[in-house]
Design a protein around this ligand. Structure first.
Ligand code: PLP
Length: 393
């Protein structure tokens, strides 16, 4: 059975060009880039090239790019560096819909004497910039807001938010793990101080990420050790991973147009067809300011896990918006923050596409899913078959 992979916000396949670029650095070209000999030196040159390629994708300078091990490390390094360089300030501003890489970190910091403001979002998952402005105080050390939400794809106005923080002398970090490669980013034109991204979300391998640190932003390393990454991230570099991510950055720039036309059209076709064919379904999140590859759709009165299991029988991979916590299914913190009704939140599915998806794959999902939902609803005590309305008010 062919896999229909519509879970690209969870992780992506390594692009064949990326794999090809990486392979020699596992076997023939295994030198340490810090070595004095030319065998290592040639790897060092390739790492510098990766910095250049990543900088080109982000509109940054190569010396503003620090390679890390993942998005989570970049997020941790950014927030901790900002707090370290502002030892007198104890306030962090973030949102209720951040990934655990920021949310759990802030919850941890709250137990260490920091005050954390988690900004709410509206029913469409949007941030209110006025409310944000009011949350910033003389005690605020850092703002961390995601560029795009991993569950809904909703895009936050981080460029404006960074301007506002900058006017008050507050360090602004953005978790752009889901945004990079999907929407154009030109950091040179923004006031963003730090940005995180992760290789495995843009067709590079797992185990490599980037932290962008704007020139002039005070930074202290999270990983203390050797002089690698200009002393900003100790530890022998993941050379194949970094070289692969450099190549992925080059490909992402090349495919940006495709992502925002072909992939977006596939996503819209999937979304519109499912909404038209399946009663009591709706999209979660702002449909305007959204990543081109993501749709989060709720199918009322069914459980997301049931949908995932039945789709799996046809090789269709997606994610649900609920997770099993202490033995019971809990809607995600993102859908809860948006106030998505309970019966809707439980049946939410995130489809996230990539440039590798095809029309035929979308056709198959559109063909199979209505019957899956009908089967599951037939088992639900709350669904009135045939009428398309719920029995419970
Ligand atoms: N931030 C966001 C928005 C994410 O979606 C993810 C991963 O899903 C991360 C951070 C963490 O990235 P990594 O898996 O590379 O640690």
């Amino acid at each position: 059975m062919k896999t229909i992979y519509l879970d690209n916000n969870a992780t992506t396949r390594v692009a064949p060009e990326v794999l090809e670029e990486m392979l020699p650095y596992f076997s023939q070209l295994y030198g340490n880039p810090s070595s004095m000999h030319s065998f290592g030196g040639q790897v060092g040159r390739k790492l510098r090239e990766a910095h250049e390629k990543m900088a080109a994708l982000l509109g940054a300078s190569p010396d503003e790019i620090i390679f890390t091990s993942c998005g989570t490390e970049s997020d941790n390094a950014a927030v901790r560096a900002a707090l370290h360089s502002n030892p007198d300030k104890r306030h962090i501003v973030t949102s209720r819909v951040e990934h655990p890489a920021i949310r759990a970190l802030c919850a941890h910091l709250a137990t260490r004497g920091y005050r954390v403001t988690e900004l709410p979002v509206d029913a469409e998952g949007r941030l209110d910039l006025e409310q944000y402005r009011k949350a910033l105080t003389a005690d605020t050390a850092v703002v961390s807001l995601m560029w795009a939400n991993n569950e809904t794809g909703v895009v936050f106005p981080v460029e404006q938010a960074a301007e506002i923080a900058g006017e008050k002398g507050i360090i602004f970090h953005t978790d752009a793990v889901q945004a990079v490669g999907k929407i154009p980013i030109d950091l040179g034109k923004t006031a963003i101080n730090m940005l995180s991204l992760s290789g495995h979300k843009l067709h590079a391998p797992k185990g490599v990420g980037v932290l962008y640190v704007r020139r002039g932003t005070k930074f202290s390393p999270f990983m203390i050790g050797g002089h690698q990454e200009k002393g900003r991230r100790g530890g022998t570099e993941n050379t194949p991973g970094i070289i692969g991510l450099g190549k992925a950055a080059e490909l992402a720039a090349r495919y940006m147009e495709t992502e925002n036309t072909v992939v977006k059209n596939l996503r819209d076709r999937l979304e519109n067809a499912l909404l038209a064919r399946i009663p009591n379904s709706r999209v979660n999140g702002d449909r305007v300011n959204r990543l081109p590859n993501t749709t989060n759709i709720s199918f009322e009165f069914v459980e997301g896990e049931g949908i995932l299991l039945m789709m799996d029988e046809f090789g269709i991979c997606a994610s649900s918006g609920s997770a099993c916590t202490s033995g019971s299914l809990q809607p995600s913190h993102v859908l809860r923050a948006m106030g998505v009704p309970f019966t809707m939140a439980h049946g939410s599915i995130r489809f996230s596409l990539s440039v590798y998806n095809t029309d035929e794959e979308i056709d198959l999902v559109v063909e199979k899913l209505p019957a899956i939902i009908e089967t599951l609803r037939a088992m639900s005590p709350y669904w009135k078959p045939g009428e398309g309305v719920c029995a419970r008010s």
